[in-house]
Design a protein around this ligand. Structure first.
Ligand code: COA
Length: 162
């Protein structure tokens, strides 16, 4: 497995992984699948410090991706990033997610960010365990701030100081 920065050409693979979660889980709060055009624009907006990383297998298959996005638009928050990580359902449980998180932490450190926040739906035990293992600590839960598939969603925030 190789970790590398995403290019626009990864948009189809990234959208495939992301849209699976849109349609089947509460791991993402989107309800409509992302179009290829929107996915291309999303990758294009993230280069340099706000990066998208993909995990590529030896057969060039993209097994997962992660990103560092602006935490908030206002300038005082510029030293904080928000992370996300998604692994294709058929490649889970083999260390891909952990490798992506470690790479995002490394990229964030390289670019001088001070801290990373991950916002995770409270029932997503896999993601909470993954982030905890990577050194993130819980900092609070927003209750019933989202709604999908007919149920309320609580959002946990986890934070890692860099
Ligand atoms: C969460 C997710 C990224 C984990 O990726 P993964 O490649 O399967 O995870 P890894 O194999 O690298 O596992 C690393 C650690 O995460 C935790 N973990 C992963 N899957 C888990 C599961 N199903 N249940 C509990 N813990 C789990 C474990 O602590 C694991 O360490 P271990 O193998 O030493 O026990 C993946 O399940 C996923 O993409 N889920 C859907 C999208 C999503 O929830 N993204 C996060 C949005 S906040």
């Amino acid at each position: 497995m190789r970790l590398r920065l995403a290019t626009i050409d990864d948009a189809e693979a990234v959208a495939g992984i992301y849209n699976h979660e849109v349609l089947t889980s509460t791991a993402v709060s989107d309800i409509e699948p992302r179009t290829l055009e929107a996915q291309r624009a999303w990758i294009a907006e993230r280069s340099g410090a706000h990066a998208v990383v993909v995990a590529e297998l030896v057969d060039s298959d993209v097994a997962g991706f992660g990103s560092l996005s602006r935490y908030k638009d206002r300038p005082a928050y510029a030293t904080t990033v928000e992370s996300s990580v998604y692994v294709a359902a058929n490649h889970r449980g083999r260390g891909v997610g952990a490798a992506i998180i470690d790479e995002l932490i490394s990229v964030a450190r390289t670019h001088g960010f001070h801290t990373i926040i991950a916002r995770i739906e409270a029932s997503n035990t896999a993601s909470i365990a993954l982030h905890t293992q990577a050194g993130f600590e819980p900092i609070g839960t927003e209750r019933e701030v989202g709604r999908k598939f007919g149920r309320w969603l609580n959002m946990c925030s986890l934070q890692k100081m860099l």
